[in-house]
Structures are given as structure tokens and as C-alpha cells.
Ligand binder design. Structure first.
Ligand code: ARG
Length: 461
């Protein structure tokens, strides 16, 4: 018998049951459902709907149900269409008819909105903690390579020399934004208003103190409009956006590690434990974890666009379409929980190869420094850019590297070149000059790492 069978004379068709039932995935919310039900039992007791004795029996029964879930002994029945139905059915078996009083003034609509917020918040927190592990690994690796030079790229073309620490730390800040987004999609304004007490759509006619209910369930406020509250899934979309962005950042890191580990560059070597081989080519060392991270970003974005599309055309109030909200959230959580520990370990065990990085530094990457030299001697930058470009061309014509040009060569292009002009041709000095806040100079990166550690401490207190 279903919980809503009163007005029906025929049982539901079995194919419809398979379509309609959400127990297969929403049983994952058993703890949240029971927690919210315990709080509700107290609220209806305070409202005078049930006696203290009845509340106690209901709460004890719910705790027993929770114990059965935790022990893995909960026996599902065919009638358990979703977690809310299953918990109430079992509660009533345990405590008898009084169990039927629990649903007074409540609907599965405000119930599921509440349970789902609770689990989304805890998933967001769990992910923020995992992202923090990766951030810590990035900091640790960066600290080892403050003075390691490598080519910095734009358009995948050699641009200017940078420190490897600076490259690593660029990912720290991407993940820092993800952490903040995760925390906001959980406890920020979006997910932080209690829907319980909204009833099916119009509110509850019983004297429920919603504020007290909110603080018991650790929400900071109550929803202002019951009709909105039962169908608001903005928090889930925000969670999925945060997850997608995290996936995109992981994918970018993956892409860098894939091409940096290509033997033609050899900037990094993935640890044996985090590389895979080929079944036919004995020499192969494949960066599979990075490719999977890159690939799974597509799935995370798919979960976001799927939910947004579901929400788009919904008419006012609760609609069963909303049952489609949970699987993408759970899948994005599971996907990131699978990737993040592996990528953290990849970074922790990553070997950087400073010699190969150094060998890839190209003299032309100092052309900007040559232009800056002239700027220091009063030449407008546009003109200096042109002169430095002529120097690059001259070197090419002479068949030498830019750094092999003589002072006389340079002076032929501009009288502003002094005897000290060749000192600009120094990779270390080029990097050290970029010491403004946020720059690649080892001194600046040291400060950057200090700031990063503070942020990490702040968000994971
Ligand atoms: N399983 C449902 C869901 O996930 C619970 C709410 C059902 N409400 C209803 N009016 N049928 O959305």
C-alpha cells in the first residue's frame, strides 16, 4: 500500500513504479531525512499536535530506523517509493499508529527540499576539504621550486621565463576560488534558508516555530515564501557550478601535466604509481589519471547543464521533474571524490626536471627585457618594442641567438644601448625583476605562498 493510496482503486502499474521510484538513489539521504524528521517531531510537539510521550516514541523509532540503515539491515519493501516513504513506513511498523502523526503539517515537498539542502551542504563541505588537500600539495611542491626556471607560455608559445613555483601556485588560486564557491553553495545565502514548514506549497496551518526548527537544523534563516521554497533548487545548481568549475580547473592542470610530461619536453615525470602502461608498446608511460580528470570535466558540466535544463521550464510550485535534481549532484560529488585524492597524490609525488625546463628557455624570451632596458633609458615603450623586434630579426639574420648579439650590434639599432646592455640577457635576473605583488620573482612567490597558507587556514578552520 502506498502512502497516498486512499483515492485509488487500482494499484500503480509496475512500469510506472520503476519510473516513479527514487528510492534507488535518494536512500542516500536517509540520515538527513531522519534528522529533519526528528526536528519536525519536536516542532509539532511544541505546536501541541503531539504529546511529549508521542514525540519520544517517534524519536526513538526514528533512531532505530537510522540504526538499521547504518547497520545495513534496513529491509526495503516494494512500497518504498522514496526515502521519505521508506522511513515513515518503517517507523510506523516499529512504533505503531502514532508514527502516522509525524507527517502532520508537512509534505514530502518541503521534506525533500530540506533533506536535499542538508546533504548538498555536507557534500560541498566534504569537497572543500578534499580540494584543500590538493592545494596543500601544490604549496608544498611550489616551495621546492622557488628558484626553478621554466618557460612561461601564452598561446602555447614560449613567452617569458617564470619560476616553476609560480606555475604551480597559479593552480592554487583557481582551487581557492573553488573552495570559496563550495562553501557558499553550502552555507551561503542560497542553501541556507530552511524550507521545512512550507507544507506542500501554501505553508503549514499548525503553530510551528520555524526559527527554532531552522537553528536546530543549522540553517541561518527560514524561507520567506512557501511556494518558492518547495521548488527552489538554486543551491543545487550553484553546487553543480562549483563542481564544474573545479572540474575545469582540474582539467587545465591535467592538460599542463600531460604536455609537460611528453618526452619531447620532459618538464615533469609522473610517479610510477600514477602512470599507466600500454598493452602493446612497452616503452609507454601514459598520464591516464590526468586524462581521466580532463575527461570527467565533461561529465561534471553535463550534470550542471542537465539540472539547469530541468529547472528551466518549470511551472509554479513543486513538480515531479524536481526528482531529477539528486542524481547529478550525487554524481558530481562522487566524481570529484574519485578524482581529487588521485590528483593530490599526483602533485605530491610529481618530479619536476629543472634541467629540461632550463633547456627549453629560449633567448628570444628576453626580448621584452631588452625593450624594458630602453624604456629605463627614456624611450617610449612602443618604440622600444620595435627596436627589440629589430634585434630579434638581426639575430635571426646573423644566425645567432638574441643573447649572442654584441653591444655594437645593439647600438647600431639604438644609441641608447649602453655598455651594460647585455646584462638584460639573464634569465634569473629577468625573473627576479618581476617582483611586484603577484609576479613570478622568487621573492614575490614567497609572499604569495604566505598569503596562500593564510587563505588555506582561513577556509579550513
Ligand atoms: N521523491 C520525490 C522527489 O525526489 C519526493 C517528493 C515527492 N513529492 C510529491 N509531491 N510527489 O522529489
Amino acid at each position: 500500500m502506498t502512502l497516498w493510496g486512499g483515492r485509488f482503486s487500482e494499484p500503480t502499474d509496475s512500469d510506472l513504479r520503476r519510473l516513479n521510484d527514487s528510492i534507488g538513489f535518494d536512500q542516500r539521504m536517509y540520515a538527513e531525512d531522519i534528522r529533519a524528521s526528528i526536528a519536525w517531531a519536536q516542532a509539532i510537539r511544541r505546536a501541541g499536535v503531539i504529546t511529549s510521550d508521542e514525540a519520544e516514541r517517534i524519536v526513538a523509532g526514528l533512531e532505530q530506523v537510522r540504526g538499521e540503515f547504518e547497520a545495513g539491515t534496513f529491509a526495503f519493501k516494494l512500497s518504498d517509493e522514496d526515502i521519505h516513504t521508506a522511513v515513515e513506513r518503517r517507523l510506523t511498523e516499529i512504533v505503531g499508529a502514532v508514527g502516522g502523526k509525524l507527517h502532520t503539517g508537512r509534505s514530502r515537498n518541503d521534506q525533500v527540499a530540506t533533506d536535499f539542502r542538508l546533504i548538498t551542504v555536507s557534500m560541498a563541505r566534504g569537497l572543500a576539504a578534499q580540494i584543500a588537500q590538493l592545494q596543500a600539495a601544490l604549496i608544498e611542491k611550489a616551495e621546492e621550486h622557488l628558484d626553478t626556471l621554466m618557460p612561461g607560455y601564452t598561446h602555447v608559445q614560449p613567452a617569458q621565463p617564470i619560476t616553476a613555483a609560480h606555475w604551480l601556485m597559479s593552480y592554487f588560486w583557481m582551487f581557492q576560488r573553488d573552495t570559496v564557491r563550495m562553501e557558499q553553495s553550502g552555507s551561503g545565502s542560497a542553501g541556507d534558508k530552511l524550507p521545512l514548514g512550507s507544507g506542500a506549497l501554501a505553508g503549514t496551518p499548525f503553530a510551528i516555530e520555524r526559527d527554532q526548527l531552522a537553528s536546530e537544523l543549522e540553517f541561518s534563516a527560514v524561507s520567506e515564501n512557501s511556494l518558492d521554497a518547495v521548488s527552489d533548487r538554486d543551491f543545487a545548481a550553484e553546487f553543480l557550478f562549483a563542481a564544474s568549475m573545479t572540474g575545469i580547473h582540474l582539467s587545465r592542470l591535467a592538460e599542463d601535466l600531460i604536455w609537460f610530461s611528453n618526452p619531447a619536453l620532459g618538464f615533469v615525470t609522473l610517479d610510477d604509481r600514477y602512470s599507466t602502461g600500454s598493452s602493446i608498446m612497452p616503452q609507454k608511460r601514459n598520464p591516464d589519471p590526468m586524462e581521466l580528470a580532463r575527461g570527467k570535466a565533461g561529465r561534471l558540466i553535463g550534470n550542471l547543464t542537465g539540472l539547469l535544463t530541468t529547472l528551466k521550464g518549470l511551472p509554479t510550485g513543486y513538480n515531479k521533474d524536481l526528482q531529477e535534481d539528486k542524481e547529478p549532484v550525487f554524481d558530481s560529488y562522487d566524481t570529484l571524490m574519485l578524482i581529487l585524492p588521485v590528483i593530490s597524490a599526483v602533485v605530491r609525488t610529481l618530479k619536476l626536471n629543472p634541467d629540461q625546463m632550463r633547456a627549453a628557455l629560449d633567448a628570444d624570451m628576453l626580448a621584452t627585457d631588452l625593450a624594458d632596458y630602453l624604456v629605463h633609458r627614456g624611450m617610449p615603450f612602443r618604440e622600444a618594442h620595435h627596436v627589440a623586434g629589430q634585434a630579434v630579426r638581426l639575430a635571426a639574420e646573423k644566425g645567432v641567438r638574441l643573447t649572442d648579439l654584441t653591444v655594437e650590434d645593439l647600438r647600431g639599432l639604438s644609441p641608447l644601448f649602453g655598455d651594460d646592455a647585455l646584462v638584460v640577457f639573464d634569465f634569473e635576473a629577468s625573473v627576479a625583476r618581476r617582483k611586484s605583488v603577484g609576479g613570478t620573482a622568487p621573492d614575490a612567490v614567497r609572499m604569495q605562498i604566505e598569503a596562500a597558507k593564510m587563505e588555506l587556514g582561513r577556509s579550513h578552520k
